[in-house]
Design a protein around this ligand. Structure first.
Ligand SMILES: Nc1nc2c(c(=O)[nH]1)N[C@H]1C(S)=C(S)[C@@H](COP(=O)(O)O)O[C@H]1N2
Ligand SMILES: [Mo]
Length: 330
């Protein structure tokens, strides 16, 4: 199946550099299939179950229509390289809730994004819930072309439509004692077959310091390529943190919490030696199991040099000058 499929260039990098999926997920998924266990009801043959878990049926289901969503381009963040083909960016994904392969776009069409509510909780003036459409009404949309660098060494360049995370934080009015903001992703066992893998610490969570959250770069994306987000890229709203490894950019956010305790994220709680809190891109600091010196752009076979802070040092490096003892690049 997956292993004998003919690879295109960028899929080779997946095979070589997805050891976390290989080590943790795929083995666990195979166990689940062979053992017939799993918390979700899965009708059909073992093969169908296999495809469900891996999201390998991705090609079969076309994307739901996306609404046009355009906004004025903010030119302050020059990507310095060509925009990735939309077809690549929307068919080569990491969204483990829908399966462990890169081809989860079909499976992800089961995501229900209307209605969508985001809960604000923890250390803030007054906890509240707000509908996605009501958030949009309060925000001024802009387009930003950002580089994206996955810890697995693939990369892309995407025109996102959205608004600064700082605006959302301001709207929530966190209390002065809040030091971190934590993002929680939807975890719906009815539509997300990946949740059947009990091995993973669902729901997917990620966090930032308040200082990071208020920096100008963190972006809440609600669209890409002039349209609303496809399910597989994290509809209806996701984080976009261009100087950090991609796993920090949590998708399909349902909860935002302010706290004074540093959170432990999904990946950190699985393997803290490999996926830490900071996860800032640095070509000079290898992942424990592979080099981070170069990356493959989706749609190309070539490897190009990775830049420290993924090229965004002028905006973010100053936040870390007093943290030299921290594991900033894991
Ligand atoms: N909820 C959730 N968010 C997630 C992930 C995930 O599996 N689940 N994968 C992360 C990883 S590893 C990357 S590289 C990016 C991929 O975003 P993309 O599919 O839009 O390229 O999403 C991040 N956000
Ligand atoms: Mo990633």
């Amino acid at each position: 199946m997956m292993l004998i499929r003919k690879s295109r260039g960028w899929e080779i990098s997946e095979r070589l550099a997805t050891p976390e999926a290989v080590m943790l997920g795929r083995r666990a998924a195979l166990g689940a299939v062979v053992g017939g266990v799993g918390s979700i009801a899965m009708a059909g043959s073992a093969k169908a179950q296999f495809y469900k878990l891996f999201g390998a049926d991705g090609g079969g289901t076309p994307d739901k229509p996306r609404k046009p969503l355009t906004a004025a381009a903010n030119e302050a963040y020059k990507p310095g390289r060509a925009i990735t083909d939309e077809a690549q960016a929307t068919t080569y994904n990491n969204y483990y809730e829908f399966g462990l392969s890169k081809s989860v776009h079909g499976a992800a069409q089961a995501l229900v994004t209307e209605p969508w509510t985001v809960e604000f909780t923890g250390m803030l003036d007054k906890p509240f819930k707000i509908g996605f459409e009501d958030i949009l009404k309060k925000m001024t949309l802009e387009e930003r072309v950002y580089r994206h660098r996955c810890v697995e060494t693939w990369a892309m360049t995407v025109p996102w439509v959205g608004f600064p995370l700082a605006k959302l934080v301001e709207m929530a009015k966190p209390s002065s004692g809040a030091k971190y903001v934590v993002f929680t992703t939807l975890a719906d066992p009815k539509t997300m077959p990946g949740l059947g893998q009990r091995f993973y610490p669902w729901p997917y969570t990620e966090g930032l310091t308040m200082q990071e959250a208020m920096n100008e770069l963190p972006f809440i994306s609600v669209g890409m390529y002039g349209k609303t987000l496809p399910a597989q890229n994290g509809a209806p709203l996701r984080l976009t943190l261009p100087w950090k490894y991609g796993f920090k950019s949590a998708k399909s956010i349902v909860k935002i919490e302010f706290t004074d305790k540093r959170p432990t994220s999904f990946w950190e709680s699985l393997q803290d030696q490999e996926y830490g809190f900071w996860a800032n891109v640095n070509p000079a600091v290898p992942h424990p199991r592979w080099s981070q010196a170069t990356e493959t752009l989706l749609g190309s076979d070539e490897r190009v040099k990775t830049q420290i802070w993924n090229g965004y040092g002028e905006f973010v490096a100053s936040m870390y000058t007093d943290k030299t003892k921290e594991k900033l690049f894991v």
